[in-house]
Design a protein around this ligand. Sequence first.
Ligand SMILES: Nc1ncnc2c1ncn2[C@@H]1O[C@H](COP(=O)(O)OP(=O)(O)OP(=O)(O)O)[C@@H](O)[C@H]1O
Ligand SMILES: [Mg+2]
Length: 336
Amino acid sequence: MPSSVMPTPRRHGDAQSPAAVSAVDLRKSYGDKTVLDGIDLRIPAGTVFALLGPNGAGKTTTVQILSTLVAADGGQAQVAGHDVATSPDGVRAAIGVTGQFAALDDLLTAEENLLLMADLLRLGKREGRARAKELLDTFGIADVAHQRAATFSGGMRRRLDLAMTLVGDPEVIFLDEPTTGLDPRSRRTMWDMVRALVAGGTTVFLTTQYLEEADQLADRIAVLDGGRIVAEGTADELKARIPGSHVRLRFTESADYERAAAAFPGAARDDDNLALRVAGDAGLDALRALLDRLDAAGIRAAGFSVHTPDLDDVFLALTGEGTASGATPPHLKETR
Ligand SMILES: Nc1ncnc2c1ncn2[C@@H]1O[C@H](COP(=O)(O)OP(=O)(O)OP(=O)(O)O)[C@@H](O)[C@H]1O
Ligand SMILES: [Mg+2]
């Protein structure tokens, strides 16, 4: 996408960057149903954060609270330096929100939708027109600029919806399931757009059901289940946490192989290939310890490979078997 439409570069995020979004002990109930049971978040500026969770876990509720559409019952949250409870206008001026369901005016054309947004943001006629044109070009919808949104396919609606979110050049954008219903090509286009935004320093908070999406885009991922964050980390950290991780050690000398098998009595043997499968944590520290142990015993391995489960395994393991089997776990039952 042309760089002209991208926001002026902001400071790129790392763990030490100021938080673009932070929350402490956020709580929300509807009636006697507890949706958020105390969640904490810290998202460095200029990074992508993905919130995962089964249907009804509270992802949209979290986005609504952080974007000031819904008040929390307890806890604090700051977005772009503004408190959501005491400075909602400050938050609103700094963010863009693309909801789970596109918020377009069907009776207006694509261009009119963008101009309306520019008007709402008081951009001024000329600037508004220029911005609308840039965004129409960037999102590949310039050729349908004068068609009514009602005639758009799902993918085109999503693009226009995201374009509307970007009219005001927000510091932080919330994308609630941005690619649900998109075909693989449109999904990749959307991912490229998100990457380009982040390269320009924007902070992105996204929710998704697609684990590959979190894997591809997110610097950090949190899994929400039963009202709590049940796991948080990089995709690799999450994968390394669940059973199924193992290191496969290969040997060329059968003497080495046998000595290693004796050193790791729990390992599964593959006698034909002189390979051992050592189950356990596939994180860096565990791997280093394993190699040190071989070294100390003077055993030469010909090679090793680390196997980690994918995010689907993580999701299913962390969010309860009810989700995997299609049955609704008690904590996800709707109260309405
Ligand atoms: N306005 C409301 N009134 C009553 N209950 C609500 C309201 N909004 C959300 N809920 C309930 O809160 C729970 C969490 O809903 P939420 O929309 O945040 O889930 P989600 O994680 O976004 O799910 P999905 O993946 O289906 O989009 C659900 O049980 C839902 O029925
Ligand atoms: Mg939702």
